[in-house]
Design a protein around this ligand. Structure first.
Ligand code: ADP
Ligand code: MG
Ligand code: ZN
Length: 477
């Protein structure tokens, strides 16, 4: 047991899926020629005036409602001043003293325990551009296509106590963003980014220690590794009687460590002040009510409903509801009435998720919709094919989106349940294995499974196992 307890607070930047940028009408789509999506506003020309994107405000409020924040009826954009080549205005438009929303909560499940993590604030801001460095030409370039794309920053309270909890918080937040349909929330693609603040304090002590801020993590695994490394590093320092320096550190994924990037800037370094070019955001009660009414069932509520309605263990319900399309896939399959919910859940958690992962496809991209899935499960349930056959043919059916009934007929996978046929095969197996038969009759009843195996071998696994067992028991009596 360590003498220190980690204290972690996360700052997440999520890119909103609006069609146009936050303060101009430039498109937000990616993959365009560098600087194609620019105009005087987002290119920072003097005198060009920003106008806030209403859709971005709606999305931000929806997230704030989903995590139980109180929504400020009035919020103010502020300039955060700093110099960087990818920031043509010389300041980022953010919110500072009067953010859009404050005091929310996110309930997470991590390992054995449930926990509620406080959300300090949610505010809106615009994204910076991208600098690209070509070592070959020894040149640097700036692409402003991303400049001005709407972001929301979600700042957590320092309520998180382990790297695992940090990841659970991120997964929970990501899941909500995807349910709301307001963010792609893909860390690898950079539209869901996380800075992690971490400090240590002696177990049992209240005041927080000095923190460092970690950047440059492009996946949940990186967040976990960066935090683990940083906790060990700080612990070594403290045990050695040294102080932790407050600073920003970069995660190095190839070496699995963090290294100092710069001293931590203070808020006053940014000379925040209200942006004189923008009026404050004033929210109408009617809009807020409407947006609240538009919220879909959220992951947590859905998870609890799945546990109740389908008698699923929490573990299953949590996995099935982590992604909205997976939850829909489950429910639509159930509606078509094959098997028990638990059987459907088992199939999804093992076979479906494995295929999605291995083939790197999405559910919508598979072509094997709930009706095909339900028909496969019905073939198994009715004994037309064996469970084993079902498992064997699933990957191909799923990848190609094939009709299970047609496939099974065509390939002759139909399970052998025919009485005469089974009798014949059982007889054959017994005559072909006289020694085993003799041993069995002398009391080596364990050989039952040997006979079963032989029948399965002869039928390439297509004999109905229940019927074969009955037959063998009868004949060997
Ligand atoms: P900054 O000005 O660096 O953005 P904030 O006060 O906004 O600082 O805090 C940023 C994040 O750091 C928040 O998520 C907060 O919970 C977290 N945080 C603050 N103090 C600590 C600490 N001592 N240890 C760990 N995390 C902390
Ligand atoms: Mg901050
Ligand atoms: Zn623009």
């Amino acid at each position: 047991m360590s003498r220190f307890e980690p204290v972690i607070g996360l700052e997440v930047h999520a890119q909103l899926k609006t069609r146009s940028k936050l303060f101009c009408s430039c498109p937000t789509d990616f993959g365009k020629r560098p600087n194609a999506n620019t105009c005087p506003v987002c290119a920072g020309m003097p005198g060009a005036l920003p106008v806030v994107n209403r859709k971005a405000v709606e999305y931000a409020v929806k997230l704030a409602l989903a995590v139980q924040c109180s929504i400020n009826r009035q919020s103010v954009f502020a300039r955060k001043n700093y110099f960087y080549p990818d920031l043509p205005k010389g300041y980022q438009i953010s919110q500072y003293e009067e953010p859009l929303a404050e005091n929310g909560r996110l309930n997470i499940i991590s390992g054995e325990s449930d926990n509620s993590i406080g959300i300090t604030r949610i505010h809106m801001e615009d994204d910076a551009g991208k600098s690209m460095h070509s070592s070959l030409e020894n040149q640097s370039y700036v692409d402003l296509n991303r400049t001005g794309v709407p972001l929301i920053e979600i700042v957590s309270e320092p309520d998180i106590r382990s790297p695992e909890e940090a990841v659970a918080y991120l997964r929970g937040l990501r899941s909500i963003l995807i349910y709301l349909g307001i963010c792609e929330a893909n860390m690898e693609e950079g539209n869901f980014r996380c800075d992690a603040n971490v400090s240590l304090r002696p177990v049992g002590q209240d005041p927080f220690g000095t923190r460092t801020e970690l950047k440059n993590m492009n996946s949940f695994r990186h967040v976990q590794k960066a935090l683990e490394f940083e906790i060990r590093r700080q612990e070594d320092l403290l045990l050695d009687g040294q102080a932790v320096v407050q600073e920003t550190r970069l995660f190095d994924e190839t070496r699995g460590l963090t290294k100092s990037m710069r001293g931590k800037e203070e808020a006053h370094d940014y000379r925040y002040f209200p942006d004189p070019d923008l009026v404050s955001i004033k929210l109408a009660e009617d809009d807020i009510r409407q947006w609240e009414a538009d919220l879909p069932e959220l992951p947590r509520t859905k998870m609890e409903r799945f546990q109740r309605q389908y008698s699923l263990p929490e573990y299953d319900a949590a996995i099935l509801t982590a992604e909205r399309d997976l939850a829909d896939y489950f429910e639509e399959t159930i509606k078509l009435g094959p098997s028990s919910p638990k059987t459907v859940s088992n199939w999804i958690m093992t076979d479906v998720l494995r295929e999605l992962r291995d083939k790197n496809i999405s559910l919508s991209g598979s072509g094997f919709g709930p009706s095909r899935f339900a028909s496969l499960l019905k073939l198994i349930d009715s004994g037309k094919i064996s469970p084993k056959t079902g498992k064997q043919i699933f990957p191909e059916l799923f990848a190609k989106g094939l009709d299970p009934e047609e496939y099974v007929e065509e390939k002759g996978f139909v399970q052998i349940s025919d009485d005469r046929e089974l009798n014949r095969i059982v007889e054959e197996v017994l005559t072909e294995n006289p020694n085993e038969l003799k041993a069995y009759k002398e009391g080596k009843t364990k050989l039952m499974s040997f006979f079963m195996g032989q029948v399965m071998k002869k039928t390439k696994g297509q004999a109905n196992p229940k019927l074969v067992t009955e037959k063998l028991k009868e004949v060997l009596k």
